[in-house]
Design a protein around this ligand. Structure first.
Ligand code: GDP
Length: 598
């Protein structure tokens, strides 16, 4: 009892403090006067005034002299960008017992904005390796290559950019363990940088930033770090978890640091596979070589692939006749994370197809036939739309409505995002997978497909490629010109209280050829009907290039001098859209009606 009491008396009082304290703050916390603190500091050889900040170590010494232990708060748990849920690529070794799993090289993809140096960086790393390496410098592009750092291999996917990255993912392939995000130090975070971040985060792949072109006189690393923090990648020297490595692909500096960072992240991610089982993985690319026949690059992700193996790759089959590494050197076996170019497949598989070794050629042919039938039966991926997105997410246990938001300007994007965030309820989360200004691109649709999202556009259009892919992959794109309508739509999806659903369909397209100002009527666009029809009881959309200028009801429709109810293809006509007065020749008009979705 006595002993306990004594212990209590002498146990220092523990106070949690912030790392940046002034003399005045410290006095307040320790229950004494600033003068007392200044005196104590002086006896410890530190001269300070009342408003001066003192470092944590010094504060601790002063605290202990006054019988208090000063502690910094526990660090925040590392955010999901590094320690997210297990990515699905681990499915490749799901069947394996733990003791058979050994560390395999990480597979790295290079993403980033155009011209920031992705290709240069891939080349620089490859050349640095070849110069010191065995293969006499003859390299071939086979879709991936390996390099060695401190006796540890690293596999680089050779097709940079998030389109390739996400196209693979949208096909179900999970090839990448780590993303290197290339950001030019003289240009900073750009739209495609943010896109790449969204793609990598959605795939739950850790990101390392290569701050490239550091050799440039106008490089501004601090500004880029600021932008990275704003984009959700706080550098580790700023208290975050993202490694930011200054490099110059051109001068070949910083490359070793980058490789070191990759090995560190790989160790942390504990990337394993079982080399003793039969080979399986993903087709990276494939083509027909005039003299050699079908050549395919396979990335082995589990097991070992050997010459003579009977392989199924999507709907292609064959006995492997030869295998080569990226230097064109014949190899007999390929272990996990090794890319090999193989000969012997019956037909050209698709990039992103999964492959595996079958027991015999006959079995391989049967499996390929099953794959063929499945592919024929499948009309495309199941649609994700406002009506089913909710139940799909609920089925997975996490009710989430995934959205990709594209808007014309930052000024409209911000209020949309703020208001969308407010729509989350304890039961359903509205998750913004990606948001950016600009038109809806193919890359947005790819991301939607990989993340099961809906794409919402505000005052923007989807370009042709995006529309085609959305149709093929059954991705819903909704375009709006009024913020509250957009919000209303999301809100009703969240609440699951959808009434009859209407879909806007375009029934005709016209081109503005002349503009007239008519007294009392405002502006009339003299237009030519390119296809379909224009109706008076309908809405119209005006777009200029990729930018949507206006959407609203048709207020007048005239053919020659007469008011008409509709105009058909091949005719000239005049159309007024209420107060809209900013027509320009060349603008495209689309006429739209609402149709109830059955
Ligand atoms: P990508 O579009 O991201 O693949 O970019 P590229 O690799 O094609 O590089 C774009 C341009 O930037 C090229 O003209 C390169 O020579 C240049 N570049 C790439 N890396 C560096 C670098 O480290 N320093 C400088 N000064 N220029 C670079």
């Amino acid at each position: 009892m006595m002993a306990d009491e004594t212990a209590e008396k002498h146990a220092p009082r523990v106070i949690e403090v912030s790392p940046d304290l002034t003399v005045r703050d410290l006095a307040g916390l320790l229950g004494t006067t600033p003068i007392e603190i200044i005196k104590l500091l002086m006896t410890n050889g530190v001269l300070a005034n009342i408003n001066q900040a003192i470092d944590h170590e010094t504060a601790q010494i002063i605290g202990s002299e006054l019988g208090c232990e000063l502690r910094l708060p526990e660090p925040e748990p590392e955010p999901a960008e590094v320690l997210g849920p297990q990515p699905e690529w681990r499915n490749f070794n799901r069947e394996e017992s733990d003791e058979k799993l050994i560390i395999r090289p990480p597979v790295v993809a290079i993403l980033g904005h155009v011209d920031h140096g992705k290709t240069s960086l891939l080349d620089a790393i490859r050349k640095a390796n070849v110069a010191s390496g065995e293969a006499g410098g003859i390299t071939q592009h086979i879709g991936a290559y390996q390099t060695t750092h401190n006796n540890k291999k690293i596999t680089f996917l050779d097709t940079p950019g998030h389109a390739a990255f996400t196209a693979m993912r949208a096909r179900g392939a999970q090839t990448t363990d780590i993303v290197v995000l290339v950001v030019a130090a003289d240009d900073g975070v750009m739209p495609q940088t943010r896109e790449a971040i969204a793609h990598a985060k959605n795939a739950q792949v850790p990101i390392i930033v290569a701050l490239n072109k550091i050799d440039r006189s106008n490089a501004n690393p601090e500004l880029v770090k600021q932008q990275l923090s704003e984009a959700g990648l706080t550098p580790d020297d700023w208290g975050g978890t993202t490694m930011v490595i200054p490099v110059s692909a051109q001068r070949k500096t910083g490359l070793v640091d980058l490789l070191e960072a990759l090995t560190l992240v790989a160790e942390h991610a504990d990337i394993r596979a079982n080399p003793s089982s039969s080979g399986m993985g993903t087709v990276l690319e494939a083509s027909v070589d005039k003299s050699r026949g079908v050549m395919a690059t396979l990335l082995v992700q589990n097991g070992t692939l050997r010459i003579g193996d009977a392989v199924v790759a999507g709907t292609a089959t064959g006995k492997l006749k030869a295998m080569f590494d990226e230097n064109g050197t014949p190899v007999r076996a390929a272990t996990p994370s090794t890319p090999v170019s193989v000969l012997g497949l019956s037909e050209v598989p698709h990039a992103g197809d999964l492959f595996h070794v079958a027991a015999s050629e006959k079995e391989a042919r049967i499996i390929a036939q099953v794959n063929k039938d499945a592919r024929k039966a499948k009309t495309g991926p199941e649609a994700v739309n406002m009506e089913n997105v909710f139940e799909r997410m609920s089925a997975s246990g996490i009710p989430e409505l995934n959205l990709i938001i594209k808007a014309d300007v930052q000024g409209s994007l911000e209020p949309i995002l703020t208001n969308l965030e407010k729509l989350s309820t304890p039961e359903v989360r509205v998750r913004i997978v990606h948001s950016e200004t600009g038109y809806i691109s193919e890359s947005d649709v790819l991301l939607a497909s990989a993340s099961q999202s809906i794409v919402l556009g505000f005052n923007v259009q989807a370009d042709q490629a995006a529309q085609r892919l959305a149709q093929k992959d059954n991705i819903t794109i909704k375009l709006h010109t009024i913020i509250y309508r957009l919000l209303e739509e999301v809100e009703s999806a969240v609440r699951g209280k959808l009434g009859p659903v209407y879909q806007q369909v375009v029934i005709g397209k016209a081109e503005v050829r002349a503009i007239f100002k008519i007294p009392n009527m405002g502006f009339i666009a003299g237009s030519y009907m390119l296809e379909g029809e224009f109706r008076r009881n309908a809405r119209a959309r005006v777009s200029r290039g990729k930018q949507m200028m206006y959407e609203g009801p048709v207020s007048s429709l005239r053919h020659e001098k007469d008011d008409v109810r509709e105009v058909r293809q091949g005719f000239e006509f005049g159309v007024g859209l209420g107060d809209f007065d900013a027509f320009e020749t060349g603008d495209v008009l689309e006429c739209m009606i609402n149709e109830q979705v059955p």
